[in-house]
Structures are given as C-alpha cells and as structure tokens.
Design a protein. Structure first.
Length: 237
C-alpha cells in the first residue's frame, strides 16, 4: 500500500507542473494568434506593401512577447512573494502565538472528523517539528502550495515563446507575397484553421465542449481581424 502511494506522489507533482506549463502556452498562443492577425488584417486594409506589414507585425510580436512574458514573470513572482510572506507570518505565530495555532490545528482535525483524543494526539505529534507544522498550516489552513522557485522564469519563457510562435502564423504569408490582399486571404485561412485547432485542444484541457470552444475561439479571431480591417478601410476612405 505504501509503495503505491509513494509511486503516485511524483506523478501528481508532474501533472501539476505540466498544467502550469500548458496554461502558460494557452495564454501566450491565444494572444499570439489573435493580436498580430488583427494587426495584419487592419494594415492590409490600408496599405498594399507587404513589407510594411511584415515590419509592423514583427515589431508587434517582439513587443507583445516581451510584455506578455513580463506579465507572466510578475505573476509568478507575486505568487512566490505571497507564499513567503504568509510562511513568515506562520513561523511567527507558531513561535509567539503557539496556543492559538494549536487550537487552529485541533479545529482542522475536528473538521475532518477525528475524535477528541485523536485531535490531541495528532496536534501534539505535528507541533513537535516547527517546519512540518508550518508546512501543514500553509497547506491546510491557508490552502497554499509551495510554488516552484523557478516558476516566474519558466512562465515568462513559456508565454513569451508561445506568443512568438502564435504571432508568426498569421504573418507568414506576408513574408512570401507582394500583394497584401492576397497575403491576407492566405493568412485568413491558415490562422482560422490554427485558431480552430487551438480552440479545440484548449477546450478539451479546460473541460468545455471542444467543438463549441473551437468555433468560439475561431470566431473571436475572425471578429478581431474583421473589425481591424473595417476600421482601416473606413479611415482610408
């Protein structure tokens, strides 16, 4: 029985890490496919030269990936700082407000159905090791898991690189064609297919109906591009 439990624990940890990485990729790829697509469509409605669209698109992808990556980094650092702050407070309470922490620990064991005797024994056992006690209170009193110290950097890289990959998809036809209108047609087909596929797998991961999710993501991208193209045409006129 113990062997089975020990075998499961690393699997769960790996699952959680994979979920974080997947979430980052979804965030980066979603904006990377949509924003440069809308920008390229808008510029296609105003200029004929694909070189201008390529330059503007690359500049946007570079700026967008940095901004998105920085956002992911700051979110990861905030999570780490919050955990460290709460951990410091718990150590203070364990050392200086021991009686209150003991009562809170007993209350937790009472809430999960332990008898009075078991509450006393479990609390006495866990309170003998200060670090173990603090870790216990962090997880079960505050509901906080210890974040990966490298999470902020990983998140920044995952989001930033995903944004670049996503952004190059709608821009790729402009690299090889001279007519912005013709390039837009190819970009439209390629990007909408990618948005549909992306939306399908994103929805499967999040538990939404994959077909509905795929159509929804594709329509959002199409509406963004259509709005940008229409505004460009309006001002051009």
């Amino acid at each position: 029985m113990d062997t089975h439990l020990h075998h499961d624990l690393p699997h769960n940890e790996e699952h959680l890490k994979s979920s974080d990485a997947l979430r980052d990729i979804v965030i980066g790829m979603s904006d990377g496919l949509t924003v440069p697509f809308a920008l390229a469509a808008g510029l296609s409605g105003a200029v004929d030269s694909t070189s201008i669209i390529v330059i503007a698109g690359i500049a946007e992808v570079a700026a967008g990936s940095i901004a998105m990556g920085l956002g992911g980094y700051l979110a990861g650092k905030t999570e780490q700082d919050h955990y460290n702050s709460e951990q410091k407070r718990e150590y203070y309470e364990v050392e200086n407000l021991r009686h209150r922490e003991i009562e809170e620990t007993k209350e937790f064991f009472a809430n999960i159905g332990l008898s009075k005797e078991l509450q006393e024994r479990a609390t006495e056992e866990i309170s003998q090791d200060k670090k173990q006690w603090v870790d216990f209170m962090m997880k079960y009193e505050l509901g906080l898991e210890k974040p990966d110290p490298r999470r902020a950097t990983k998140s920044a890289l995952n989001i930033g690189l995903s944004y670049v990959v996503g952004g190059l998809v709608p821009l790729s036809p402009y690299f090889f064609m001279d007519s912005s209108t013709e390039a837009l047609k190819i970009s439209l087909v390629v990007t909408l297919i990618c948005l549909f596929v992306f939306g399908y797998f994103k929805s499967k991961i999040t538990g939404i109906n994959p077909w509905i999710g795929a159509v929804r993501v594709m329509l959002i991208g199409a509406l963004a591009a259509g709005a940008a193209f229409g505004v460009a045409k309006l001002f051009e006129g």
